[in-house]
Design a protein around this ligand. Sequence first.
Ligand code: GLY
Length: 351
Amino acid sequence: MGRQDVILSTGLSDSLKAAVEQIVHDRLFVLTDETTLHLCWPLISPLPCMQGAQMITIAPTDENKTLESLAHVWTALQQGGATRRSLLICLGGGMVTDLGGFAASTFKRGIAYINVPTTLLSMVDAAVGGKTGINFGGLKNEVGVFNGAKAVILDAEFLRTLDHENLLSGYAEMLKHGLISTTEHWLELLTFDLDNIDYARLTQLVAKSVKVKERIVEEDPHEHGIRKALNLGHTVGHAFESLALEEHRTVLHGYAVAWGLVCELYLSAVRMDFPHDKFYQTRLFIKEHYGKFPFTCKHYPRLLELMAHDKKNLEAGQVNFTLLADIGDIRINQTASKEEIEDMFDFYCSE
Ligand code: GLY
């Protein structure tokens, strides 16, 4: 996977122009979902470099990260005369950048694409690092490829279009980045005022977060080793998310990750001696801003099943965790017994 050019934009117009001009292309396509078509496309549609771009629009939200939406993008590229030298701009949240990146990576065996993430979650996670894909057979991100965008443009202007819940959702991934980097970074995140957002400060924190992710992805692009650090909070988080989906409860990804972080830090404290004061402070912060995932012991068997099916497990039936011995002291490829996992859930439920 080639190195991605992550551009911290101070003006969308100039950054986009520079990125588009740098990639030689015959036709330009812009992928949006119905939401970003209305909220975000108007911010870039007047730019000279966007004139003549052909629009492709898909239905929003993760439920539509499907084979049908993917086929719609392939069809639109084909009917729009796309060749191997065409360029696709993915303008949207993680759903658009994941699916668009996969469409571009597979169409005619791969065309160039640029990510312009419009949510905090996609800026700090999905759009950076080259993971692309769709949900399939009831499982999230089941089919996809590693293939980075030629450029990723991060522009703080989009953050102002986000509601508080979506902002918090992205912030959970930033918190994860803090936990896997340094105590100083983690403290900065814990002391940021989420109720009165200072957007300039948030932009600096986004840049810091992306650097943590970039550093790890550069070292291990295909997730054979240290990239698994980025899965902290996700083993449990994904299970919460899938359970919520089955029960038709709406849960934003970052909220599930935040709740997953509490569980996995508990396991880290029990198994790896993760410092109790840091665990306590993190858990207090998460509880204050994200509340709690409501579930009871009747859900344990299903949660265990969901975790056992995670594609990140190394062996069938064995649940793989990333744990911490301290902030930045990462222990990948940890497994836990059914009893340890149930004890972790008991702790979470009783808190
Ligand atoms: N979202 C985790 C990763 O990109 O590896």
